[in-house]
Ligand binder design. Structure first.
Ligand code: SF4
Ligand code: SF4
Length: 88
């Protein structure tokens, strides 16, 4: 068992707080580091797609918890799981 990212798209309103709060995402995209969504297809952990949060590369997560703290509606969490959670 280990901590893994889990998202609840049904709770998400697509604000993008978690995407720009994540230090791993910021290191991989200068646009995210500047507080915007990525305009190019870059390898980041999660992004807002069609209005809701989507996990893209959960394996990159350092489990720091910053995204969890940034979400106003608890739509992204770190939970005990046997493998990394994915929302697809
Ligand atoms: S827990 Fe993972 S996805 Fe969330 S901010 Fe930290 S590294 Fe990024
Ligand atoms: S998971 Fe939370 S912080 Fe991230 S985009 Fe959705 S509502 Fe915003």
């Amino acid at each position: 068992m280990s901590l893994g990212l889990k998202v609840y798209p049904e709770l998400c309103h697509g604000c993008g707080n978690c995407v720009v709060a994540c230090p791993v995402n910021a290191l991989r995209s200068v646009e995210i580091a500047a507080g915007k969504g990525p305009s190019e297809d870059v390898d980041i952990i999660m992004m807002v797609d069609d209005g809701t949060i989507q996990l893209k590369n959960a394996d990159l997560c350092g489990k720091c918890g910053t995204c969890v703290e940034s979400c106003p509606v608890n739509a992204i969490t770190l939970e005990e799981s046997p493998l990394h959670w994915r929302n697809y």
